[in-house]
Write a protein that binds this ligand. Structure first.
Ligand code: KIV
Length: 268
């Protein structure tokens, strides 16, 4: 048994090997996802929508994230190839650096190897503080679902010159502050490529085209079971699979070979 570490993922970026990432929320699915060879598992606050049936991720609490992170960590621990475990800091649990340290400590003690937070330059002091205290951080730019009301809905970000420049600027600033990974959600392919090419850390895309270092999808989306939801960037891997482990393995293979995402899943 071997645990995937941040150093493994950094090496994969260095060697231009694509990384596969999926969300998971419980031990049984985490076991299957890790066993399929997924490099990174995210306990996403998307659990508010796909597990709890909420409209947004905003009501998700830290207590719920801790509960699910513990379950996922137990599932991963039973696998041979143990995926890297990252957990989302939910809405308003990182509004100040001090609050963020307390919230992150709970996720790390639940088994996370890294915490993820959404936002740009306002997070710089927080990211510096977490890094100094030994906590690895993943940033999240582009469509940031916790700010869905300010963004005016679930829309592609960085379409005009000014907002694209802002995302690129924020990405570099977050890396300088200490983030070790970055999620880019729903941005045009050329912008995602520019970001991934300008930073030395793994950039994970969702609806960000084929040029990021890793691809992530929400588990229930790629299994085609999220009620009433089919975004352009999602592929249902169950369509050509006989069972869930086959669909998970097909996702990992498609990401690593560069087959997914195809042009139809991308924003130009
Ligand atoms: O919460 C989540 O699942 C996420 C992914 C969509 C990246 O943040």
């Amino acid at each position: 048994m071997s645990k995937t570490t941040l150093s493994h993922l950094m090496l994969m970026k260095h060697h231009k090997q694509k990384m596969a990432c999926l969300t998971a929320y419980d031990a049984s699915f985490a076991y299957q996802v890790s066993q399929a060879g997924t490099d990174i598992i995210l306990v996403g606050d998307s659990l508010g929508m796909v597990i709890q049936g909420l409209e947004t991720t905003v009501p998700v609490t830290l207590e719920q994230m801790v509960y699910h992170t513990k379950a996922v960590a137990r599932g991963i621990a039973k696998t041979e190839h143990q995926a890297f475990l990252m957990a989302d800091l939910p809405f308003m649990t990182y509004a100040t650096p001090e609050q963020c340290y307390q919230s992150s400590a709970q996720l790390m003690q639940a088994g996370a190897q890294m915490v993820k937070l959404e936002g740009g330059h306002w997070l710089i002091p927080t990211i510096k503080g977490l890094t100094e205290r030994g906590i690895s951080v993943c940033g999240h730019l582009g469509l940031t679902p916790q700010s869905v009301d300010i963004l005016g809905g679930y829309k592609v970000q960085g379409r005009d010159n000014e907002s694209a420049k802002q995302i690129l600027h924020d990405a570099k600033a977050l890396v300088e502050a200490g983030v070790k990974m970055l999620v880019l959600e729903c941005v045009p392919t050329p912008l995602a490529k520019q970001v991934a090419d300008s930073v030395a850390i793994p950039v994970i895309g969702i609806g960000a085209g084929p040029d990021t270092d890793a691809q992530v999808l929400v588990l229930t989306d790629m299994l085609g079971i999220t009620p009433g939801f089919k975004a352009k960037f999602v592929k249902d891997f169950m369509v050509d699979a006989n069972n869930i482990p086959e669909a998970l393995a097909a996702f990992v293979k498609a990401v690593k070979s560069g087959e997914f995402p195809a042009a139809e899943h991308c924003f130009s």
